[in-house]
Ligand binder design. Sequence first.
Ligand SMILES: Nc1nc2c(ncn2[C@@H]2O[C@H](COP(=O)(O)OP(=O)(O)O)[C@@H](O)[C@H]2O)c(=O)[nH]1
Ligand SMILES: Nc1ncnc2c1ncn2[C@@H]1O[C@H](COP(=O)(O)OP(=O)(O)O)[C@@H](O)[C@H]1O
Length: 207
Amino acid sequence: MRDHTKEKAMAGPRPVVMSGPSGAGKSTLLKKLLKEFDGVFGFSVSHTTRSPRPGEEDGKDYHYVTREVMQADVAKGEFLENAEFSGNMYGTSKAAVQAVQAQNLICILDIDMQGVKNIKRTDLNPIYVSIQPPSMQTLEKRLRDRKTESEESLQKRLHAAKVDMEISKEPGLFDVLIINDDLDLAYGKLKDALLEEIQKVRDTNNS
Ligand SMILES: Nc1nc2c(ncn2[C@@H]2O[C@H](COP(=O)(O)OP(=O)(O)O)[C@@H](O)[C@H]2O)c(=O)[nH]1
Ligand SMILES: Nc1ncnc2c1ncn2[C@@H]1O[C@H](COP(=O)(O)OP(=O)(O)O)[C@@H](O)[C@H]1O
């Protein structure tokens, strides 16, 4: 039998992978995109074993699950990719991406560096965007001011950030690299990079 998965994936708009150190501003930027371009972008809701933060909603920010459930679902082949980050499991289910693509929306994935490397082995064919902080000092300040992490979790994220910032320099890994210093400037660059894809969705959905 012919495999139609690839054709189906390629028929819709290209997904967007946003990666970069924890605290670089990925969620802030993608929330702005989802708000400004309602009906163009859709968020791939990942699974995680970490606890919800105040204000986060199950099924919207993440699907919050136990390690047992997540491991079983990974074993069943339900995930496109999954990774361990800062002591918790995270993963993109095939259903999360399909739910967005079924609506002919640009699917946005917010994933770590291991996720980027694993997605490269699939046929998702996304645009890879790296969001980087202006410096380690700024990153630390933003993470502290966000007040979501314990000191231990903060240190783990800062360590992972150093590794991430090194690997991000690898030529060809990302299509677009954005330094999130001034938020409006960074958001403008992100929109510019995605303009062509945004236009395609608007043309298709208006015709
Ligand atoms: N590989 C992978 N990474 C994910 C996924 N969902 C979130 N992440 C990454 O996990 C890391 C931690 O996310 P989170 O706990 O929400 O913290 P935050 O990035 O500091 O807001 C970030 O680098 C996310 O990009 C996923 O489905 N797969
Ligand atoms: N350009 C910016 N200038 C100042 N603060 C920012 C900027 N971008 C994001 N922030 C703040 O920094 C913190 C980390 O951003 P967030 O979007 O949560 O990062 P990530 O999703 O990459 O972990 C948040 O409190 C956010 O409000």
